[in-house]
Design a protein around this ligand. Structure first.
Ligand code: NI
Length: 178
């Protein structure tokens, strides 16, 4: 359908609490999912949330086989997740580097739940429930934070571990922007 502009940090539209989706399998919802896919692919993203393209509803997409922005990350299944509910399955948290297409050129070390259950719906209204951990769990938490108006820098504990991607990871093919 189309590659959309991605809103950048500082835009107040990224700080809203997104609205729940009430009707599934509609032309409008399918068009939104396609726009998210096209936009994520054009940016080589690992995930993208509807608020990042200015659409204030609870829809995120994520997943990849290989991602040049996160070359060491294991594959994550391509997923459309709507009206998500996240439940940590253990107290354990882990820290790792994150970037965001709305915060171009930067990376930060972010604590996340290591083990997580996520539940919600796909664009057809089918229920999704998965227990995941590691990078998969991290990506889901990052994307779902966008639905609550939270950007990853708001979760950084140690600002000594926040910097420019090309300085932190000189060899990384991050496609210029991030
Ligand atoms: Ni993001």
């Amino acid at each position: 359908m189309s590659v959309c502009d991605i809103l950048k940090m500082g835009d107040p539209r990224l700080l809203r609490q997104a609205q729940a989706v009430e009707r599934f399998d509609t032309p409008e919802l399918h068009a939104l999912v396609q726009d998210l896919r096209d936009t994520m692919a054009a940016a080589n993203g690992a995930g993208l949330a509807a608020p990042q393209i200015g659409v204030d509803i609870q829809v995120v997409i994520f997943g990849f086989a290989i991602n040049t922005r996160y070359p060491d990350a294991p594959p994550v299944p391509e997923t459309v997740l709507i009206n998500p509910v996240l439940t940590p399955l253990a107290e354990e948290q882990s820290e790792d580097w994150e970037g965001c297409l709305s915060v171009p050129g930067l990376r930060g070390m972010v604590p996340r739940w290591t083990h997580l259950r996520y539940e919600g719906y796909d664009q057809f209204g089918n229920r999704i429930s998965r227990d995941v951990d590691g990078f998969h769990a991290r990506v889901v938490q990052h994307e779902c934070d966008h639905l609550a108006g939270i950007l990853y820098p708001m979760r950084i504990k140690d600002f000594a571990k926040f910097g420019y991607t090309d300085i932190l990871f000189p060899g990384l093919d991050a496609d210029g922007d991030d």
